[in-house]
Each structure stands twice: as structure tokens, then as C-alpha cells.
Design a protein around this ligand. Sequence first.
Ligand SMILES: [Zn+2]
Ligand SMILES: [Zn+2]
Length: 383
Amino acid sequence: MKLLIFILFVTVSQPSFAQELRIGLLYSLKVKRVSINLHQGNYSVIGDSTDLGKLSSMIVDITGKNVKVSFNGTYKTFEKIIVIQDTVNSALNVKALSPTSKQHYYRDNLEISSDGSRLRVVNLVDMDNYLSGVVESEGGGGRHIEYYKVQALMSRTYALKNEHRHKKDGFQLCDGVHCQAYHNMLRHTPKIMNAVKATVGKVLVDQSNYLVASYFSANCGGQICDAAHVWNTSVSYVETFIDTFCIYTPQATWTKSIDKSKWESFLKTNYGVTEEKYGDKIYNFKQQQRSAFYIHPSLGVPMRDLRVKFYLKSTYFDTCLEGSQVVLNGRGFGHGVGLCQEGAMNMAKLGYDYTQIARFYFYNVDIIDSNQNNFFDQGVSLE
Ligand SMILES: [Zn+2]
Ligand SMILES: [Zn+2]
């Protein structure tokens, strides 16, 4: 009976607007062993078609293409374990044991199987419960509700646009920054859940009614960056412009020193840019506005290559030589494309509502109700 209810739940709830999502948990950890414990409410555990009883706690191990469950003192092997809530608002604790992870908290249902080399732990979760976890993970605690609303709008748009991103893995989105962070460390606040509810179904679309690629980064450093700077692809709704809302915030500036020899070696080895040829110029650079290339495009050194090589917070930095060190004075944190989170937090504090914040960071966009539009075939991924 439970299995039948579960099948009905999945079958009925999946197709139309994808309000129930399949989120792959702890996937990047390549988990072999996981513990699952009841947090609140009631759950039943089903192994293939066998009802194993009520959940209090259990351990699941991978064994080839199957999973082995330790439950109520017995060990049994199944193709798939389903943990299904018997009452609404039930919640579970999940903790990887090999390798180990922190304990995470999830609402709704769980499905555990093997992909042959690791456990595939999937949270079958209501969209709004998922978004509460994402907004908490991406935005942190203690923010203004209008900021949480705009983050919920962005994250919902992202989820719908990228819902096929992990199709080959057997779920829709992963819980890491590859998709959207969904850490669920039990810091949900009523304010976050209220923000998700207040924007329920709302998504950001362009003038052709296509879901926007809802880029965001921690701090743009005072200038929003065109997507072409970062991914060699332009979109009509992201333009370069000055953002004064983030320039006095915590991550507005940074500095870093790098050995001159390492800097020169990188430029020389990869791009043939040497001190003999260009002199000290290769250590001294000022960006009045965001540049895609270091010093001059003719040198062929992309700023993003420097960021990756030297683990820099952003590509928006000046350089100068001080003794044996190249000193970098940088602005911002992240790629700087789309919504600037610290700028958005500041706008919210200053009294702007979430629609005004979204329209400040994205050009010529509309906020519409996803339940009145079918976005099912718009799944596009930026790998
Ligand atoms: Zn992912
Ligand atoms: Zn900014």
C-alpha cells in the first residue's frame, strides 16, 4: 500500500511544473555508507516492494549495483530503498559515514540506490522546501526578507532552467555549487520560508518569455560584468554597469601578494610574455573598468586564467611590483555577472523590494508565474 501511495505521489506530482524535484545529495563525496535517522514526524522504509517498517535509524551500504540496509537488527539487500513520509512536514537527518560528512537535515522523501560505484541518495522534495534550503545555503542567516525573496526568485528560475542537468546521474540537480548549494544545516528561519512562500511560483524571464540564466555572485566589486567576459557568451539581459550598492560591503576589496618569479613564470610558460620583452610593465596593471585580458588583449592573457591559477577572489584587480612580490589589489568576490548578492542585501536594507532589485541587476526582464507557463523544455545547462 505504501509503495502504491509513493508511486502515485511521484507519478502525479512530477510532470506538469516540476514542483517536486529530485536532488542528488552528497554526490561529489562518492559516498559508500550513509546513516539515516528520523528527525521529526513519521517515515516508512520500503526495500524494493517490501515494507520494512517505521524508520527510527538505519545504515545503508553500497554493495555492487545494490544497496545493503541495516534496519531493526537485520541486514537485507535491495536494488532500491525508499524512505517515505507518513505525515506531512516530516524530516530526516542524513550523514555520510564513508567518507564522513556533517549531518544534514531534509524534508520530504528519500530514495537510495547504487550507481555501481557510489550511493545515489536522492531527496524527492517539494520545490518550496528545496528553495528554503538553497536560499539559506546561498544567502546565510540574518538577511532582510526582500533579499531572501530575490534569492528565492533567482534560485527557482535556476532550478527550472537546469532541471535536466543531472539526467544521466538519475536526478535533476545536485546539492553542490555545481548547481545550487543545498546544505540544509537546520538553520531554516521562518523569514526564509516566508520569503519563499511570498514569491511562490515566480520566475524571471526575458522578453521572449525564456527563463533567464540567473547568474549571481557574492560581490561584483562595483561593476557588473557582461557574461561574455566569463563564458564567451552574451545574453541580452546582462549588461556591464556600475553598481554602487556593494562598494562598502565586507567583500568589496581584497589584497594578495604573489612571488614575482611565480607570476613571471606563469606568463612566460603559457603566453610567452616575459620581462625581457616587456619590462616591468608585466607587473603593473590598472583596471579602470573590468577587462577580459591582462594589460592588453594583444598579450592574450585572459583575466580568468589568472584567477584560476592563483585562486583569486575575482578578476577585477590591479597589480603593482613591491620588491620581490606582485601585489594585487582586488575588488569583489566571484564572477560579477548578474545579481550581486551583497549589493542586493544592501538594496533590501535601503528599502527596495525584490522586484526592484531583480530589475536593477537584470535588464529588460519580467517576473511571471511559472505555474501559468510551461518551462519544461527550456532546460539549458551551462557546463
Ligand atoms: Zn550539479
Ligand atoms: Zn555589486
